[in-house]
Design a protein around this ligand. Sequence first.
Ligand code: ADP
Ligand code: MG
Length: 342
Amino acid sequence: MRIQALPTQLVNQIAAGEVVERPASVVKELVENCFDAGASQIHLDIEQGGLRQIRIRDNGCGIFKEDLGLALSRHATSKISSLADLEQVLSMGFRGEALPSISSVARLSLISRTADAACAWKVSADGSETELDPQPDPHPPGTTVDVRDLFYNTPARRKFLKTEKTEFAHIEALIQKLALSRFDVGFVLQHNQKEVLNFKPAADDAARLKRVAGVCGPQFVENAVTIDFSASGLELSGWVGLPTFSRSQPDMQFFYVNGRLIKDRLVAHAIKQAYQDVLYHGRHPVFVLYLNLDPALVDVNAHPAKLEVRFREGRMVHDFLFQALHRSLAAQRPEAAGPELK
Ligand code: ADP
Ligand code: MG
């Protein structure tokens, strides 16, 4: 067998295998792009659980007409340009893979307008063909990405999709998670033309708590301890549920590192330990926590969908989390209030 270079569409479809598992993964990539574009308002229109259509509009910085084609090409990004940038990255994206991957397994159109452009421009791609000749469009400043017929050309993938209802449930849960990562951004989520979620931008503590209550339920807010802790360059803030407000499943646990929702064993372990003495066996705590640290201390390029991170100083992060939570929880028990430690 001779070696041959694979056609672009196939390369993109292989890449799509890593990040585009279901409609919700498309939504995640597109909303993160809105965040990176500095949007303050994001509007999502979903049809049939996202199987038929996912349309996401933002009021962010937009894309220059000349860059629209590049936005759909692999490894093209406006977010980093060197290894040094990668090591300090604070944007959600940087791999330049989402749009080309999605467009290789769906029909995608991209409409965008920068603040000082006279009109918006539209390009479309449906895997095999890319319409790179931008057409004028009356869209306001910002960007709309429209994704139709996900996996229409990859039947093996389509087979793994669940019902419309289940796929939409994944999208709704995702938007709740993303909404807790950016209180300053407003979100409207519609499914089959009906409004399902509407989070207004939250500027003060009361508004933020209202959003938390909207996601975790009002009882959580009434049964939570506010966390605000910092030591050696690490900052932890957010809310943790009192041990008496636990759940039988670990289904209400949100942990963000520099604004990015992650799942991490080290983090999970530290939290579990902090609750160990105060929680009944088999119960799970509820938490919404934000860890902020120097981006150089965390590698976000460990997973294509960036759901996992690697901490450079894992032990230190673990101990910091444990201490912060352990003390906050202990402070809730009057008999345990010992001398204040620094
Ligand atoms: P990445 O986010 O890793 O850069 P993507 O494939 O998701 O890669 O997007 C490619 C590029 O398209 C981005 O770097 C950005 O310049 C542009 N882009 C995508 N979505 C938007 C958006 N909603 N607003 C402005 N620019 C966008
Ligand atoms: Mg992206």
